[in-house]
Design a protein around this ligand. Sequence first.
Ligand code: FNR
Length: 252
Amino acid sequence: MTEEEVPTTEADSVPIVPRMEKIVGVDTGVETQALAIETGRTVSKPIKILGIAGSLRKDSYNKLLLRVASKLLPPTVKLEIFDISGIPLYNQDMEATAFPGEVKIFKRKIEAADALLIATPEYNHSYPGVLKNAIDWASRPYGQNSFDGKPTAVISASPGLFGGIAAQDQLKQVLLALNTRLVPQPAVIVSSVQQKIDPDGNLLDPNTKQFLTQLITNLVNLARHFSPHEPTFIAPALKPIIVDRLKREPHP
Ligand code: FNR
């Protein structure tokens, strides 16, 4: 059984409705549909989350928080962490003639992801300039904003008592302006992080675990809702019609 074929567990399922256009449309995900036809069961589309940390620091707590989050994912969800340290300083002059390769990769990763999880430190009551720089690049060129419509959640960690709440607020404002679909609740603001996560990434605080798990669940549900590859339950009576149409109009 391949990763794509993992049957849905109850916790990992979403409400399913029959939708003919999803079966024969130009979207990918045909294998998922075909499996549903074959088995008559609902399957979960694998969800890809791109994790972005707003810190370049080797031992960053926010990088650690992303790794902690990756351990809490349901089986059909994968998190890949993108390192923004290779992204150059934004310069509009470079857009037309020297658009950086690393930014092209970053943009492609964002666009290919079903959802984003951004972990930000707080610097001087805001989020770090390196993160804003990366966001500015990925929002360009004009009309090619890679964040458009992307389900996104923000988390933060700080050794301080406020956990990066001001950084989150400001980052969320920017992400709203970029038309991401932000997950508003629950807020995951990890204050005194050194007491809550050990250096090996073990989560020591049950509340943090509970809130982070809930936020990830909400993000995944949002991603599934807006995903063009939403899994589809196929009523037995429809199967022969759909199989016939799939044969006549195969996916390109
Ligand atoms: C900080 N730090 C910090 N913390 C906080 O809670 N509120 C703040 O306003 C600031 N301001 C601030 C400014 C600058 C320039 C630095 C370098 C640091 C502390 C910060 O949260 C701490 O260094 C974190 O560990 C940074 O996150 P990473 O690198 O561990 O992910």
